[in-house]
Design a protein around this ligand. Structure first.
Ligand code: FAD
Length: 288
């Protein structure tokens, strides 16, 4: 199986899916149902996010290991520096390696409970994602990805700084990047081109088919990803009709996805919210 960065350089757009760790048995069943349905379109990889607490982190490690073990899928495990000493981070990477996971998305993470709060590192931990890239690199033969922010990271002064940070992450050993969810294709393309001028680092856009208006408003606020006025307008016009919101959400994601692929994006990383239907509708509409 080709590595993730090799797949991202393929002629064919590389499709990938993101899940979050289930919080109980019922949501675990839902995750596996979505995963099995999405497995059929043969994604380049699937990723599982990493939460801030011990129990959710254990679940990420377990689910990612199960994906490596029981499916034909290539897992990408998210990992953050939040609340962890270097020793603990080494242990988690060791667990991933032991369960056959060789791809890690190295992130800083956000302070628990307050995403926009001020960052404080663990006293024996790491300060930036770049440091985690270096740590993981030193621990074995891992393929390492990092986060990118087309709308500029909320704590970052400007796009120049973000580009500089990505260059540093690439120099530390990252070989691909995935962006925060994109609602403005131009912002993605701007960042992609700025990075391409400096380093050979494929940057895959994150794409989220909106299925609920309040949910996307909350996420946009939390992540510091503004929703363009045209997007808000289209969703607001149908906000009292759940079925119509979903349809408009799929339509918007399809339009943005089509434009980014036409402009040479290496693929699309779908934020699935552990559901398959909307994602599969966009996938089909794009003729992938
Ligand atoms: P960093 O690269 O460390 O950047 C954080 C801030 O520090 C930025 O403002 C940056 O400009 C600045 N900075 C970085 N390096 C330096 C430096 N050397 N000197 C000065 N300033 C610097 N969060 C989770 O908790 N779990 C997840 O699973 C998760 N998955 C994600 C997946 C994707 C694709 C994306 C885009 C984000 C994800 N996040 C996740 C959110 C992410 O952890 C936060 O957005 C976090 O605030 C930034 O993480 P980072 O890895 O980009 O950090």
């Amino acid at each position: 199986v080709a590595s993730i960065p090799a797949r991202l350089r393929d002629e064919r757009p590389s499709i990938s899916f993101e899940f979050f760790p289930p919080k109980d048995d019922a949501s675990e069943a839902q995750l596996w149902d979505a995963l099995r349905r999405l497995e059929r379109v043969r994604p380049a990889f699937v990723s599982v996010t990493y939460g801030a607490g011990g129990t959710t982190q254990d679940r990420t490690v377990r689910v990612t290991g199960r994906i490596a073990d029981e499916t034909s899928l290539t897992p990408l495990a998210h990992l953050t520096c939040v609340g962890a000493s270097v020793r603990q981070l080494r242990q988690v990477v060791g667990h991933y390696a032991a369960s056959g996971v060789r791809n890690i998305l190295a992130l800083r993470g956000d302070p628990p409970g307050n995403v926009r709060g001020e960052w404080t590192a663990h006293p024996e931990g790491l300060d930036h994602a770049e440091d985690l890239v270096r740590l993981v690199r030193g621990l074995g033969d891992f393929t390492i990805g990092v986060a990118a922010f087309p709308d500029v990271h909320p704590d970052s002064p400007d796009l120049d700084h973000d580009v500089e940070v990505l260059v540093r992450k690439a120099d530390a050993g990252a070989t691909f990047a995935i962006t925060q969810m994109v609602f403005d294709a131009d912002s993605y393309l701007r960042l992609r081109d700025r990075v391409a001028a400096r380093r050979d680092l494929p940057v895959t856009p994150g794409l989220m088919p909106v299925t609920s208006f309040p949910q996307i408003q909350r996420m946009s606020e939390l992540m510091g990803t503004p929703l363009p006025p045209q997007v808000v307008e289209r969703l607001e016009a149908v906000k009292d009709d759940k079925v119509a919101v979903r349809a408009v959400g799929v339509e918007i994601a399809t339009e943005i996805g089509r434009r980014m692929l036409a402009e040479g994006a290496p693929g699309l990383h779908f934020i699935t919210m552990n559901r398959s239907t909307a994602t599969l509708e966009v996938h089909e509409a794009l003729g992938l």
